[in-house]
Write a protein that binds this ligand. Structure first.
Ligand code: SAM
Length: 410
């Protein structure tokens, strides 16, 4: 007789008795999902792995330290048989059959009445993969399919739009420093679901090329702003598209709240009654030095790092930065938007006590194919920037941490 395929089902086990026979590696692997399902678990086994024992100690299951005995399956809804003793396995399996209790057997898929699928989770969905019948069972293959699906959903390469729970309104997504691999899983998923993407110059622009043709991609720098400020025009564009019921992603470089005007956009959206989700991103202030081999802290070298905007010069009355105080600190200074003003910044730091020999590194277009690092000192940085033609975007790192890695030519 041809074997029929297994019938897939999701068991709702909350508060229901599940008996697990055997406390070894198989039980250790299966128990967390049974615990997560809220099952009332009874483990019957003379011994258990330290992890299983810890679950019993934590009150997540009841452990009866003995061998299986006839009658153990009374009142059970579901049974997992996983001992190394084939005779005990067969006896427990026969008891389960008599009582019509679905029974998984780790030693024999053919004799089991239920199989455990390879499972994974993504955004509120359980992905469960089963082979159709016992002859074709190939647990590695089912696990590989599970991994491919879950990974694809997580990184957005497999697009499954949410029809019921699509994120409404606008998502302010931190895209990371530029390398498309450095966006978060959540950011990538929201991007894959977007109808409209309003993107900055900085950030993972390569990802925009992958979007399906129906997605409207708008360059934030090119939104005409007429009588508005550029930022107001961007806010208005976000609001207008969201009001049309579209799912809008505002893709920003780094993290939306690190010199990113994320909160201004959030306020504007809140005023317009548009729901807004904020997805943090990897800020260039840490990741760009790291990509160039510079740790922002290092044991015995720097116990602090300070991230500063250098977009206005230290003597500019609009500056909110206490440069003399920064000069007195001994740790790392990370300066964003500082290429144009680095000469005045270096002079001010030296005038207030930092050594002119303090190492400086400028990392331009970090994490992209065009990344380059130029090293200098506070005394030489202004001239080096001119001579080497360093251009924004660049992260400037000042401090001894510049010297602890393999250096600019590594
Ligand atoms: C307006 S700020 C935005 C910072 C962003 N929100 C973040 O968290 O990285 C722009 C500045 O970030 C720095 N920056 C951003 N991405 C960079 C990259 N890939 N390479 C070098 N600097 C970068 C530069 O200093 C640039 O002028």
């Amino acid at each position: 007789m041809a074997e029929h395929p297994a019938y897939p089902v999701g068991l709702r086990l909350t508060g229901r008795r599940v008996v697990v026979i055997g406390g070894g590696q198989v039980a250790q692997r299966r128990l967390p999902a049974l615990i997560a399902a809220g099952a009332d678990i009874v483990l019957v086994s003379p011994s258990a792995t330290p992890s299983v024992e810890a679950m019993a100690d934590a009150g997540e299951l009841t452990w009866e330290r003995r061998r299986y005995a006839e009658g153990d399956l009374a009142e059970a809804w579901y049974v997992l048989i996983a001992t190394g003793d084939p005779v005990a396995n067969a006896r427990a399996s026969a008891e389960a059959e008599r009582h019509r209790i679905w029974c998984v057997r780790s030693d024999s898929a053919e004799e089991a009445t239920a199989w455990t699928p390879a499972t994974g989770h993504s955004e509120g969905v359980t992905v469960a993969v089963l082979t159709a019948n016992a002859q074709e069972r190939d647990p590695r293959h089912t696990a590989a399919i599970r991994d491919a699906v879950v990974e694809g959903l997580r990184d957005g390469t497999l697009v499954a739009p949410h029809h019921r729970t699509r994120t409404p309104g606008v998502s302010l997504v931190g895209g990371g420093p530029g390398d498309p691999d450095l966006i978060t899983v959540r950011g990538r998923r929201l991007l894959a679901e977007a109808d409209v993407v309003i993107a900055d110059r900085l950030g993972p622009r390569d990802l925009l090329a992958e979007l399906p043709p129906h997605v409207e991609v708008i360059d934030a720098a090119k939104i005409p702003y007429g009588r508005f400020m550029a930022q107001e025009a961007i806010n208005n564009a976000l609001i207008e598209h969201a009001k049309q019921g579209k799912s809008v992603v505002r893709l920003k470089g780094g993290d939306p709240y690190v010199f990113g005007r994320g909160m201004e956009e959030l306020h504007a959206l809140a005023e317009a009654g548009i729901p807004c989700t904020v997805v943090p991103g990897i800020s260039s202030s840490i990741s760009v030095p790291s990509a160039a081999g510079i740790p922002v802290t290092h044991r015995g070298v720097a116990h602090e790092f300070t991230v500063v905007s250098g977009h206005v010069a230290p003597d500019d009355e609009r500056s909110l930065v206490d440069w003399p105080a920064l000069a007195r600190l001994t740790g790392t200074l990370v300066i964003l938007m500082g290429v144009d003003k680095i000469g005045r910044i270096a002079e001010t730091l030296v005038a207030h006590g930092r050594s002119p020999d303090t190492p400086v590194a400028l990392v331009q277009e970090g994490t992209t194919a065009a990344q380059r690092r130029v090293d200098a000192t506070l005394a030489t940085v202004a001239e080096t920037v001119r001579a080497q033609g360093v251009k924004p975007p660049a992260v400037i790192v000042i401090g001894e941490v510049v010297k602890v890695g393999p250096g600019p030519d590594a």
